[in-house]
Ligand binder design. Structure first.
Ligand SMILES: *Cc1c(COP(=O)(O)O)cnc(C)c1O
Length: 392
C-alpha cells in the first residue's frame, strides 16, 4: 500500500510527480508521444524483458499517465493505479480480469446504466450470471454466493436513488469466502470515501465526474493491490487497450489538485439546497446521504466524510410535470454526467436509466417523478432560486 507522511490536500497536488525529474516543470509535462526510442537494440530487448525500467510504447505506459496512476493510488490508499479512456473502459477491464466463462457476480441492486448493460452482455456472451441484491444484511449477501462467485460489485451511493451500502458489512462476508469486492467510488471520490481502507479490494472511477471536475474529459481509473494491478496492466489494459490519452491524464492531474476544495463546496451547497427542497410544497421526497433524516445517515457517518454533491428528489406530479419543471430552469443545465462546476439536472427514468427494463427500474426506486441534481459550485442561493422558480 502506498503510504505518505503528507495529508490528502498535499497529495492531490504533489502525489506521483517530482518536478526535479522533469527539468523543473511545475506542471506535469504532457508526453504527447506514441512511442519511445531505445538507445540500442539491446536496451529494447531489456525493456521488453522487464529487466530495465523505462517506457516502450504509450499503450504500455506513458510518463504523464504514470504520474496520474501514482497519484490516484496514493489518494485511494492502494498499491497501484491504472488509467483508462473512460469509466466504462475501467469497469469492463476490471470485470473481464476478474471473471471467466460461467462465473457468477453479486451486484448491488442499483447500478450505473452501462454497467448494467455490460453485465447483461457478459451473461449473453459468456454465461457470467449476475444476482442483484439490496445488500442490507449479511444474510442477503450470503444467500446469493455460489462456488463460482468471482466478485461482489458495489456502487454506493447508489445511482440515482442515493441509498448507501455498508461497505464494512459487505467486506466482512466477502472475506469469509475470499471473494474480491469492487467498489465504484465515482459519486464520492477518495476525498469522501476510501473503500480500500475499509477492506475492499478494488476501486473503480468514472474520472469524468468529480476527479476531472470540470466537465471537459471522459476517463476512468482503477486502484487495487500492486500485484493484481500489474496483472491488469499486462492483460485487460494492454491487450484490450482502453487507455487514456496523455492530455486527458493531464486534465485529471490538474482537476485533482482542487478536489478537496471543490468537494467541500459541493457538499456545502448541497446541504443548503436539501434544507430548502425538504420544505417546498411541490416536493414529495428528498434523498441525500448527508441528511440526518435519511435512513442511511448512520452508514454515511461510518464510511463517508461528508454527504457529497448529489441529491435526488421526487416531485409531486407526473412525468410531464417533472419535464416541464426541468424546462423552466435558467442557468441549471439539463444534462447527464455529474460532479462538474456547473449544476446539472437529469431525469433518470428517461435518460441515464432508460435502458433498464421498467420492472427492474421500479424495483430500483426510479420513478417518473424522480429527478437527480448534481449540485455545482455556483452561489447556492442562485441555485436554489433557479430551482424554486421552476418548482413553483
Ligand atoms: C459516469 C459513470 C460511469 C461511467 O463512466 P464514463 O466515464 O462515462 O465511461 C460509471 N459509474 C458511475 C457511477 C458513473 O456515474
Amino acid at each position: 500500500m502506498k503510504k505518505s507522511q503528507h495529508g490528502f490536500e498535499t497529495n492531490v497536488i504533489h502525489g506521483g510527480y517530482d518536478s526535479k525529474e522533469f527539468l523543473g516543470s511545475l506542471s506535469t509535462p504532457i508526453f504527447q508521444t506514441s512511442t519511445f526510442t531505445f538507445d540500442s537494440a539491446e536496451q529494447g530487448e531489456k525493456r521488453f524483458a522487464g529487466e530495465e525500467d523505462g517506457f516502450i510504447y504509450s499503450r504500455l505506459g506513458n510518463p504523464t499517465v504514470r504520474a496520474l496512476e501514482e497519484r490516484i493510488a496514493l489518494l485511494e490508499g492502494g498499491g497501484a493505479g491504472l488509467a483508462f479512456g473512460s469509466g466504462m473502459a475501467a469497469v469492463s477491464a476490471v470485470l473481464i480480469e476478474l471473471t471467466k466463462a460461467n462465473d457468477h457476480i453479486v451486484c448491488s441492486r442499483g447500478i450505473y446504466g452501462c454497467t448494467f448493460g455490460l453485465l447483461s452482455m457478459l451473461e449473453e456472451k459468456y454465461n457470467i450470471t449476475t444476482d442483484y441484491s439490496e445488500m442490507k444484511t449479511e444474510a442477503q449477501i450470503r444467500s446469493l454466493l455460489k462456488p463460482e462467485t468471482s466478485c461482489i460489485y458495489v456502487e454506493t451511493p447508489i445511482n440515482p436513488t442515493m441509498e448507501l451500502i455498508d461497505l464494512e458489512l459487505v467486506t466482512r462476508v466477502a472475506k469469509e469466502f475470499d471473494i474480491p469486492v469492487v467498489v465504484d467510488n465515482t459519486f464520492c471520490s477518495p476525498y469522501v470515501q476510501k473503500p480500500l481502507e475499509i477492506g475492499c479490494d478494488l476501486v473503480v472511477h468514472s474520472a469524468t465526474k468529480y476527479i476531472g471536475g470540470h466537465g471537459d474529459v471522459v476517463a476512468g481509473l482503477v486502484v487495487g493491490k500492486a500485484d493484481f494491478m500489474q496483472k491488469m496492466a499486462m492483460s485487460t489494459q494492454k491487450d484490450i487497450g482502453g487507455i487514456i490519452s496523455p492530455f486527458d491524464a493531464w486534465l485529471l492531474l490538474r482537476g485533482l489538485k482542487t478536489l478537496p476544495v471543490r468537494m467541500d463546496r459541493h457538499t456545502e451547497n448541497a446541504e443548503k439546497v436539501v434544507e430548502k427542497l425538504k420544505n417546498h410544497p411541490n416536493i414529495a421526497k428528498v434523498f441525500y446521504p448527508g441528511d440526518p433524516d435519511n435512513p442511511d445517515y448512520p452508514i454515511m457517518k461510518k464510511q463517508m466524510t461528508q454527504g457529497g454533491g448529489l441529491i435526488s428528489f421526487e416531485i409531486k406530479g407526473t412525468k410531464e410535470d417533472a419535464q416541464s419543471m426541468m424546462n423552466k430552469l435558467s442557468f441549471i443545465k439539463t444534462a447527464v454526467s455529474l460532479g462538474d462546476t456547473e449544476t446539472l439536472i437529469q431525469h433518470p427514468a428517461t435518460m441515464t436509466h432508460s435502458v433498464v427494463p421498467l420492472e427492474t427500474r421500479e424495483k430500483m426506486g426510479i420513478t417518473d417523478q424522480l429527478i437527480r441534481l448534481s449540485v455545482g459550485l455556483e452561489n447556492w442561493q442562485d441555485i436554489w432560486n433557479d430551482l424554486c422558480q421552476a418548482l413553483d
